[in-house]
Design a protein around this ligand. Structure first.
Ligand SMILES: [Zn+2]
Ligand SMILES: [Zn+2]
Length: 328
């Protein structure tokens, strides 16, 4: 789909600030007229050939700059159940990056330049959200030891307790990203998203952004969700068995039952920065504004600062020696 403006023919995109569809050409709201984009080879707006990657579902035509959504990649088996519309605008995401990296003394100046930052794009990342019910059964023996003295005799009293736990834990929407391109550790750091803001899927929220559809099926990804649910069940169980000197497990069973799987799209701003022939990638959570990424280190700036760093360490050396002399 391409959302074109009824008034001026411009590209209507979803605006996180206005929480509405917006035409930046004539400033009108909700003036969109959806035009299908069925071809994977040609832009429906200008006819330019498209160079799409394997899992692309939304893109920006490199020729005419129009944002489009590949209808067949967001329907049928690819139809998302839920979407978390962008809440952080492009301007806000830029500002978050600037604030975060201004503090870092070794960041190269070009990193925060307007020209570099304008290459930042918003993208929806495909996620599966798994609901599990966990049944935890535990049987064990716990001991508590009490030691006291009378005169020169030491007394030890050991009490043995029978421990029984039967717990039912509901896990709601355990997130696992279904994009190969997105680094798992980055996505883990990006959390938490506030999942209560998820909405029933509407294609128009994708206008103005890039997107992928799921690279792997929910079945292929579910081990990661089960690992999380298993680990959290274990932690919750251990929290209920506190205060013993030792615990012996007689029987333990954590059984996970799958309730529901939701396919959802979650918002991320992505900023690729090229520095000394390396690409550094930065991410801003499109809902919360949380920034993820390490700034590249500019060698000239490091050298500038290492002088004062050396002096600082030297004075600490003296300070420690001073204290040592007092005590010796
Ligand atoms: Zn317009
Ligand atoms: Zn085009």
């Amino acid at each position: 789909m391409i959302y074109k403006c009824n008034n001026c023919g411009g590209n209507v995109i979803y605006s996180p600030e206005k929480k509405a569809m917006h035409c930046s050409h004539c400033d009108s709201l909700e003036s969109q007229n959806p035009t299908p984009q069925n071809s994977l080879e040609q832009c429906a707006n200008c006819g330019a050939p498209l160079k799409l990657e394997e899992f692309t579902s939304a893109y920006k035509c490199e020729h005419c700059g129009v944002y489009f959504i590949l209808d067949e990649k967001v329907s049928g088996v690819y139809l998302p159940h839920l979407i978390l519309p962008f809440q952080v605008s492009r301007a806000e995401a830029k500002e978050k990056l600037k604030q975060e990296f201004k503090k870092r003394i070794f960041t190269p100046l070009a990193f925060l330049s307007e020209a570099s930052l304008s290459k930042m794009e918003g993208s929806y990342v495909p996620f599966f959200l798994y609901d599990y019910t966990s049944q935890v059964d535990f049987e064990g023996k716990g001991s508590k030891v009490r030691v006291w003295r009378t005169g020169n005799k030491e007394h030890t009293e050991t009490s043995i307790y029978s421990i029984q736990r039967n717990m039912t834990i509901d896990f709601d929407k355990i997130p696992v990203d279904a994009s190969i391109k997105m680094n798992d550790s980055v996505m883990d750091l990006m959390e938490p998203y506030q999942y209560q803001s998820l909405e029933a899927f509407q294609e128009k929220y994708m206008s103005g952004f890039f997107s992928e559809f799921y690279n792997k099926t929910a079945e292929e990804m579910k081990n990661r969700a089960m690992d999380k649910a298993g680990r959290d069940s274990e932690t919750l169980l251990q929290e209920t068995i506190q205060g013993y000197s030792s615990v012996t497990t007689l029987h333990k069973d954590i059984h996970l039952m799958e309730d529901k799987i939701h396919y959802a799209l979650l918002p991320v701003w992505i900023y690729d920065f090229r520095f000394r022939s390396k690409t550094f990638q930065f991410h801003v959570n499109g809902q919360t504004g949380k920034v993820i990424g390490k700034s590249p280190i500019s060698i000239s700036k490091v050298l500038l600062y290492s002088g004062s760093l050396f002096v600082f360490l030297l004075s600490i050396g003296f300070l420690i020696r001073g204290i040592m002399e007092v005590f010796s």
